[in-house]
Design a protein around this ligand. Sequence first.
Ligand code: ZN
Ligand code: ZN
Length: 169
Amino acid sequence: MMKIKLSDVNNANGKRYKFAFSAAADKFDFPIEDYRINGTLKVSGTVENTGISYCFKGTIECDKHFICDRCLEEVTEKQVHAFKEVYKEKMSVNEPDVNIFSGDFIDITKLVRDIVVAEQPINNLCKPDCKGLCLKCGTNLNKSECNCDDAAADTRLTVLGKLLEKKIH
Ligand SMILES: [Zn+2]
Ligand SMILES: [Zn+2]
């Protein structure tokens, strides 16, 4: 789906070619997780034929939809992921980070999917310092304070519990 024609790169000025793709997130076969990548993914950047490899540099823009682990609010987050990847026709033994291609095209569809999945943090948080819910009265502590004494300590314990839970599974 996101295919670069190598002859376009080789014929471009300085063998450096600009690309830009956009495609619906549901075309990427994202795994079922506790979040959804939805809307349109935009991928753009340059690919350069260095003589020994095709070097990609670009960014992926996507929308992530999830429920915050701490405060349970629904969140749609705009994400931008920068990437740099090298493609070669053959990989030598000491180059585990190199991607392999064969033929006249490089298809970066799966690469894009793998980058987006790998970049997701363990926790889904509306913001890094989300204060979460008070366990006693249910107040969203990002929005207002409550009068329960040990609310903050309880919230931290819940988060720790969730972290442990995720590591176990
Ligand atoms: Zn939150
Ligand atoms: Zn409370």
